[in-house]
Ligand binder design. Structure first.
Ligand code: 5GP
Ligand code: ZN
Length: 112
């Protein structure tokens, strides 16, 4: 999608530090890490957020979770948090579906 930051990252138009890539998903380190390990897993296809997941695109979302499990295992993460913000009030700033994977520090619950 034009003018989508993460579509541009998938296309290689904006550089990123890749963690993992396959035909459906891309994973890269967050530019402003909120934990010692903080990477993002995104579908290559443009989906606005979890709120736009439907029967037509849910397979790629399921695949993103396989990628999260695989990368977490490969990085040796024993405890981690997966977060997806939906809409501005919840903290979404990039409107291309992404799952934050955070690890390496104590985390509070409930989140702020
Ligand atoms: P959101 O706020 O939408 O939940 O998450 C967007 C995330 O993208 C933020 O954690 C932000 O630091 C990250 N981000 C924004 N721009 C870039 C960028 O150009 N490169 C990388 N690697 N991460 C980015
Ligand atoms: Zn996009």
């Amino acid at each position: 999608m034009q003018d989508c930051l993460f579509c541009k990252i998938v296309a290689g138009e904006i550089p990123s530090k890749k963690v993992y890539e396959d035909e459906q998903c891309y994973a890269f380190y967050d530019i402003d890490p909120q934990a010692p390990t903080h990477f993002l897993v995104i579908p290559k296809q443009h989906i606005q957020s979890v709120a736009a997941v439907d029967a037509g695109n849910s397979a790629v979302v399921a695949h993103c979770f396989e990628v999260i499990a695989k990368v977490a295992k490969d990085l040796g993460l024993e405890s981690f948090r997966v977060v997806s913000n939906i809409g501005e009030q919840a903290g979404q700033s990039v409107f291309h579906l992404h799952f934050h994977v955070l690890s390496g520090r104590d985390m509070t619950w409930p989140p702020g």
